[in-house]
Design a protein. Structure first.
Length: 173
C-alpha cells in the first residue's frame, strides 16, 4: 500500500535551547508521522487550534529542519524488489578522504536504500533491495566490492520485515 510520510530529522542535540518542542508540536508531529495525508482542517479540529495557527506551526517545524521532507512510501515487492539484505562492510583504510570516497560511491548505487556509518566490528551497514537472489549476488559481487577502499563484507538476507513504520518517538522513556 502506498502512503505518504513526513520524514523527521531527529538527530540528537539539533534543537537549540529555547526551541524545545512543546506538547502541541509533539501532537502535530505524532499525527503527521502516523497520518500524513490528514487534511490541515481536520488536524486543526482534533487539536482544537485555528487552521492558520496549525499551518504556522508546521512551517516553523519545517524551517527548523525538524520536518525535513515529504515522500511516498512504496511497497518494494510491488515494484519488483523481492529481496532485501543488509551488507556489513569494513573498509581497508580509514582516512577522511577514503571515507568520503566510499560514501560518494554508495550514493551512486540506487539499490542501496540506506547506509549507516557504524562503530564496532564493521564500518558501514548497507540496506540493499534486489529483484531476486541472483540480482543481489550481482550487486554485492560487482557494485559493492568495487566501492572505493572496500575491504570485506558480510551479507545478511531479510526473511521478513517485522516493523518499519518510520515513526520516531517524541518522548524519552
Amino acid at each position: 500500500m502506498e502512503e505518504c510520510v513526513y520524514r523527521l530529522n531527529m538527530k540528537p542535540n539539533t534543537i537549540e535551547p529555547g526551541d524545545a518542542l512543546d506538547d502541541i508540536d509533539k501532537q502535530i508531529l505524532t499525527i503527521l508521522q502516523n497520518r500524513a495525508r490528514i487534511k490541515n482542517s481536520e488536524m486543526a479540529r482534533e487539536l482544537k487550534l485555528p487552521a492558520t495557527t496549525l499551518q504556522e506551526r508546521i512551517r516553523k517545524l519545517e524551517k527548523k529542519g525538524i520536518i525535513t521532507h515529504y515522500q511516498a512510501v512504496v511497497d518494494p515487492r510491488k515494484i519488483g524488489f523481492a529481496v532485501q539484505a543488509f551488507v556489513a562492510v569494513t573498509l581497508d583504510k580509514h582516512e577522511s578522504s577514503d571515507i568520503r570516497d566510499f560514501e560518494k560511491g554508495v550514493k551512486r548505487i540506487q539499490n542501496i536504500k540506506a547506509c549507516y556509518h557504524l562503530s564496532g566490528r564493521f564500518d558501514y551497514l548497507l540496506h540493499l533491495m534486489a529483484r531476486d537472489l541472483n540480482h543481489l549476488g550481482e550487486l554485492v559481487k560487482t557494485r559493492i566490492t568495487s566501492l572505493p577502499d572496500f575491504g570485506r563484507c558480510e551479507t545478511h538476507l531479510v526473511f521478513s520485515e517485522i516493523d518499519s513504520n518510520g515513526v520516531w518517538p517524541l518522548t524519552l522513556d
